[in-house]
Write a protein that binds this ligand. Structure first.
Ligand SMILES: [Ca+2]
Length: 373
């Protein structure tokens, strides 16, 4: 009995000690303080800030929680759809409606179970109750077709365009060539209205046989998306095979080339033609070889880190870093990798300009970055 109590006390002590001690990282823009806001989350995947400053965070096995600024982690929020929690599948991204203050709508992407052991990415939305304990009136707005076997490449990120349309970034479910087949949603970015209907000006609405939700295609696995703060364009990044992770601007109707071209190689070492050989396919702005496995994206436009203003921030899983790209318009002019020592799954900027990260681990952490005073 005493031994159990001592062990429990020790565990509590270790946890609080770990939470209490911020780290300092040196960066090109000066020292950065890293606080562990919360830990013990299981593979946190997506983040969105509520207007009251609490963070909504998904856990891949299928839970949605809030994390308060002081680190308090809520019980799982009710009403989350059942997910296919295998491989890379599960509960993925979370985003708030641009009119959340009045409509309280929360959007989620997830791997939706199909018949047998098949699954496919889907977008759902529900109304968060006032106590933030449950989603109500949950509705699936979009389903990637077809659903397939296997646990790879579900994407997915949610981004709201300035006109209120919803972009959802998808993966090709590890089917390679089918990313080129516009009769499927595999390897596509899709664009839908807030009620799930298809915008009349989507690029393939009049193409026989094509899926009308498609905005762009020829993507491999897109796990980063953000709307550019000045141009309003959709920027994405995607994971390459061995090498060849890309940053792209997803334009309507364009083909981003996978698997016809890549800066990477197939896993068995076979070469893939370089993008330069196919000027008819959309070129990337930037690529990473070897792969960093990018996940999560945010443009930094806040004041707290003056040296980061105008930068594109991305998490890196294999790269175990926060990656900061400096930009001149649509040109990437530099890259800084801030080593975090953990797989970074998502990046979000709080209203005070602090940068929040989640680590994709069994004991996943929520980290807050602020300038070291
Ligand atoms: Ca490409």
């Amino acid at each position: 009995m005493i031994r159990i109590a001592a062990a429990t006390l020790l565990a509590i002590f270790v946890a609080s000690a770990a939470l209490a001690q911020p780290r300092t990282l040196s960066t090109q823009s000066g020292p950065v303080r890293v606080d562990v806001v919360a830990q013990g989350l299981q593979h946190p995947w997506g983040m969105a800030f509520l207007p009251d400053g609490r963070l909504l965070v998904t856990e891949r096995p299928g839970r949605l929680r809030t994390v308060a600024q002081d680190g308090a982690v809520s019980q799982p929020i009710g009403g989350v759809p059942r997910v296919f929690a295998r491989g890379q599948g599960g509960l993925l991204d979370v985003a708030l409606s641009p009119e959340f203050a009045s409509d309280r709508l929360v959007y989620l992407t997830f791997a939706e179970p199909g018949s047998g052991t098949s699954a496919g990415t889907a977008l759902a939305r529900g109304r968060l109750n006032d106590a933030a304990t449950a989603l109500e009136d949950v509705r699936v707005l979009f389903r990637q077709e077809p659903k397939l076997e296997g646990g790879n490449h579900f994407g997915s990120r949610i981004a709201f365009a300035r006109d209120g349309r919803i972009f959802v970034t998808l993966g090709e479910r590890f089917t390679f060539e089918r990313a080129q087949d516009t009769s499927t949603h595999l390897g596509a970015v899709v664009r839908i209205e807030r009620d799930g209907s298809v915008p009349k000006d989507n690029p393939f609405v009049d193409r026989p046989g094509a899926r009308p939700e498609i905005w762009s295609y020829g993507h491999r696995n897109v796990q980063g998306a953000a709307i550019h703060p000045e141009t309003g364009a959709l920027w994405t990044h995607e994971m390459g095979p061995m090498g060849g992770d890309e940053v792209n601007i997803a334009l309507p109707g364009r083909n981003y080339g996978w698997p016809l071209v890549s800066w990477g190689k197939h896993y068995d070492g076979r070469a893939i033609p370089s993008p330069a050989t196919r000027p008819d396919l959309a070129a990337s702005l930037h690529h990473w070889t070897p792969s960093i496995a990018p996940s999560g994206m945010a443009f930094y436009v806040a004041d707290l880190f003056p040296g980061w203003r105008g930068s594109l921030l991305a998490g890196a899983l294999a790269g175990q870093a926060l990656v900061r790209l400096t930009l001149d318009g649509e040109r990437v002019t530099g890259e800084e990798r801030i080593a975090m020592g953990a797989r970074i799954r998502d990046v979000a900027v709080a209203s005070d300009g602090a940068v929040w990260l989640v680590t994709d681990e069994n004991n996943g952490r929520v980290l807050r970055l602020t300038p070291q005073k």
